[in-house]
Ligand binder design. Structure first.
Ligand code: UDP
Ligand code: MG
Length: 321
């Protein structure tokens, strides 16, 4: 922590022994001309090959490299989060350790960030991956995520992204949520954009993910959608559902009451069962909303999560932060 770091480049590593030396060299080539205060944070995520050896050798040879060795394999998101936490730059760039992202794109992302964005995401517009197994599911996922979250990026899955540190300290990562960083950051009010980046075919090793990832991404999407929607006031959603159901039940009951008063036997009517179920469901939904409110309160408090975020404060026309 002695020298001030401007840019931290964070890379999760799981069995990438062959890619590592070339990766670090390419990053040095891309960075050394334009920046002098940067670091490369390599996070070994429980690799079973020689990645750790290669990594520790790199830390000996290259002062910019910070090596982080996790105890076991925690997954890409956790490895990235570890790297983010241990890095010290004001700007953080993430990318993959398999040379599929092009380090030459890093300065472009950082420049874009400096135009006034909080998060710049890469778009692999000419993606070099298997069509059916990888590209097709991604295309569907990107559409869906865009629709559900309202943040229309062409490529959520691209690991190559640049962030302002504040954005990352505002969000909490777990599971497979790294690809939803733009959405999570957006919930916190970040300005987000996307630029086209290069993508290369995997040269060494193989992808760690298969089709089962699509399922996990979809489940994460549900979670994120839920957070986006409910994190502020669950009562607005559940309460509304509850009131609608209760009203429906009341209307049906009134109708039944009227025809009962007119002398008809309503005991055998399916509508009676329906009205009862709807009434109970409505009350339950309403109570869900109340419970949700309690949960959200404890959630906000336990995380010390503020109800607003300040972009800047001005006095006498001058920026104070
Ligand atoms: N990775 C990781 N832990 C894992 C799986 C992957 O740190 O459990 C890293 C991997 O080394 C790479 C990045 O995450 O740097 C993306 O993985 P991969 O290239 O296999 O994914 P794909 O490009 O196929 O989406
Ligand atoms: Mg890859």
């Amino acid at each position: 922590m002695s020298k001030n770091i401007d840019i931290s480049i964070v890379i999760p590593i799981y069995n990438e022994e062959d890619s590592l030396p070339q990766l670090v060299n390419e990053i040095l080539d891309a960075m050394r001309n334009s920046y002098d205060k940067f670091e490369i944070v390599l996070v070994n995520d429980g690799s079973t090959d020689k990645s750790v050896d290669v990594l520790s050798k790199l830390t000996q040879e290259i002062p910019e490299v910070l090596g982080v060795i996790l105890r076991k394999n925690y997954g890409q998101t956790a490895a990235m989060a570890a790297g983010f936490n241990l890095s010290s730059g004001d700007v953080i760039v993430s990318l993959d350790g398999d040379l599929q992202n092009d380090p030459a794109d890093i300065p472009k992302l950082v420049n874009k960030l400096e135009e006034g964005y909080d998060l710049v995401s890469g778009w692999r517009y000419q993606r070099k991956d298997a069509e059916l197994r990888r590209k097709l599911p991604s295309r569907v996922a990107n559409r869906l995520i865009g629709r559900v979250t309202g943040i229309r990026l062409n490529d959520y899955g691209c690991s190559l992204k640049a962030y302002r540190r504040e954005v990352l300290s505002d969000v909490r990562l777990y599971g497979e949520l790294h690809r939803f960083l733009p959405v999570l950051a957006n919930i916190e009010g970040a300005r987000i954009t996307e630029i086209k980046v290069n993508h290369r075919a995997r040269k060494y090793g193989q992808s760690k993910y298969g089709i089962d990832r699509t399922f996990r991404v979809m489940m994460d999407l549900l979670t994120v959608w839920f957070m986006n929607r409910f994190l502020t006031r669950p009562m607005y959603v559940f309460g509304l559902g509850g009131i609608i159901a209760i009203l429906g039940s009341l209307i049906a009951s009134t109708y039944l009451l009227i025809i009962k008063l007119l002398g008809e036997d309503i005991g055998s009517r399916p509508l009676l069962t329906f009205a009862l179920i709807l009434g109970i469901a409505g009350v339950q939904l309403f109570c869900f909303g109340l419970l949700g409110e309690l949960l959200i309160r404890t959630y906000h408090e336990s995380q010390g999560r503020p109800i607003y975020r300040i972009r800047k404060t001005l006095r006498g026309g001058r920026d104070l932060i």
